[in-house]
Write a protein that binds this ligand. Structure first.
Ligand code: ADP
Ligand code: F6P
Length: 323
C-alpha cells in the first residue's frame, strides 16, 4: 500500500486531532503518502481530498474539534454515493482509509470496504463511549471531565441555596458520561438510558435523602433518558411532590469541545499508529479497540454487534455511597 486517506466523521470529539496527527505521522514514518479528506464522507464524494505531510499536523495535538472538519452525509448511506467516493479514491491511487468516528461512520466504512474493496480501518472517536468492542473511545475522558467540572460548580450553588439541581449531560443512547460524572461528582441520582426511570421511585429516593440530612442534591440526567429531558423530569417531580424549588442546567455541546485530556491524546496516539499499521499489514474492515490496557484490532462489525454497556456494579457502588 502506497497511499492512504484519513477522515473524521459524525460528531466531533476532543482528541480527534491527536488521532489525525498520529495517522499522518505514522504514514510519513513508513514512507507512504497520506491524504486528508475534508468533512467526512461529504469530502470523499465531492473530492475534498488533500495531500498531507508531517508539518500539516503540527500544533494540533492540544486542540479540540477536528482540523479535517466533520459532517453527516446522507448520500453516503446509499450505494451510488459510495460508488462516487470509491471513484474519487481510486482516481488518486488511494487504497486504504482510516475513518475516525462513531458506529454510524463505521457502518459506512464497512459498506465501502465490502462494495469497493477499499481497505478501511475505524478508530473510535466519540464522546459517548458507546462503541462496542472497545472499552474507551477517543473524546470520552475529556467530555467526562468537562461534565464533572460542571457538576462541581453546580454543587456550590446547590449547597448554598439548599436546592435540587437536575443536570442534563450528553448521551442520546448512552449513559456513560452521566454515570461516570455522577460517580465522580458525588451526584445523588444518575438517570441513564441503560436503566428505566421511575419518577415515583426517584421522588421516594430524594425524600429519603432529605430525611437523612441532605439539604441539596444533584440529579444527573443523560439526554437520552426514557423519562425525558432534565426539564421534563424536573417538572414531573415538581408536579408529584413537595420538591418545587428545583433548577435545571443543560450542559450540552460544552462537553464536545475543549482541550483534549492527556488520556485522550495518548489513546489517540496509540490508536492512530495501530490503524495505519493495520492497513500496512493488509488488514481491512477492522476497528482499533482499547482492551485490558492494550490496543487491538477487531472486526469492524463488533462495533454494532456487541454491547458496550457499563458494568451494572457501578449502580451498586453509587447506591452505597449516597447513604
Ligand atoms: P457517528 O459516526 O458519530 O455514529 P452518524 O451516525 O451520524 O455518526 O454517522 C456519520 C455518517 O456515517 C453518516 O452521516 C453517514 O454518512 C455514514 N453512515 C452512517 N450510517 C451508515 C450506514 N448504515 N451505511 C453507510 N453509511 C453510514
Ligand atoms: O454522539 C455524540 C453526541 O454528542 C451525542 O451525545 C449527542 O446526542 C449528539 O452527538 C448531538 O449531536 P449534534 O451535535 O448533531 O446535535
Amino acid at each position: 500500500m502506497k497511499r492512504i486517506g484519513v477522515l473524521t466523521s459524525g460528531g466531533d470529539a476532543p482528541g480527534m486531532n491527536a488521532a489525525v496527527r498520529a495517522v499522518v505521522r505514522t504514514a510519513v514514518a513508513n514512507e507512504i503518502e497520506v491524504f486528508g479528506v475534508h468533512k467526512g464522507y461529504r469530502g470523499l464524494i465531492d473530492g475534498g481530498i488533500e495531500r498531507m505531510d508531517a508539518r500539516s499536523v503540527s500544533g494540533i495535538i492540544h486542540h479540540g474539534g477536528t482540523i479535517l472538519r466533520t459532517a453527516r452525509c446522507p448520500a453516503f448511506m446509499e450505494p451510488p454515493g459510495r460508488a462516487l467516493a470509491a471513484e474519487q479514491l481510486s482516481r488518486r491511487g488511494i487504497e486504504g482509509l482510516v475513518v475516525i468516528g462513531g458506529d454510524g461512520s463505521y457502518r459506512g466504512a464497512h459498506a465501502l470496504a465490502q462494495e469497493h474493496n477499499i481497505a478501511c480501518v475505524g478508530l473510535p472517536g466519540t464522546i459517548d463511549n458507546d462503541i462496542g468492542g472497545t472499552e474507551y473511545t477517543i473524546g470520552f475522558d475529556t467530555a467526562l471531565n468537562t461534565a464533572v467540572q460542571a457538576i462541581d460548580r453546580l454543587r456550590d450553588t446547590a449547597a448554598s441555596h439548599g436546592r435540587i439541581f437536575f443536570v442534563e449531560l450528553m448521551g442520546r443512547h448512552s449513559g456513560y458520561i452521566a454515570m461516570y460524572s455522577g460517580l465522580a461528582g458525588g451526584a445523588e441520582e444518575m438517570l441513564v438510558p441503560e436503566r428505566p426511570t421511575d419518577i415515583n421511585a426517584l421522588i421516594a429516593e430524594l425524600r429519603s435523602e432529605r430525611e437523612r440530612g441532605k439539604t441539596s442534591m444533584i440529579v444527573v440526567v443523560a439526554e437520552g433518558d426514557d423519562a425525558g429531558s432534565a426539564y421534563t423530569i424536573a417538572q414531573k417531580v415538581a408536579a408529584a411532590s413537595e420538591f418545587k424549588d428545583t433548577r435545571v442546567a443543560v450542559i450540552g455541546h460544552l462537553q464536545r469541545g475543549g482541550v483534549p485530556s492527556a488520556f485522550d491524546r495518548v489513546l489517540a496516539a496509540r490508536m492512530g499508529v495501530a490503524g495505519v499499521e493495520a492497513l500496512l499489514r493488509g488488514t481491512s474492515d477492522v476497528m482499533v479497540a482499547f482492551e485490558n490496557n492494550g490496543i487491538q484490532t477487531r472486526p469492524i462489525a463488533d462495533a454494532w454487534e456487541t454491547q458496550n454497556n457499563f458494568d451494572p456494579d457501578l449502580f451498586r457502588v453509587a447506591r452505597l455511597l449516597r447513604v
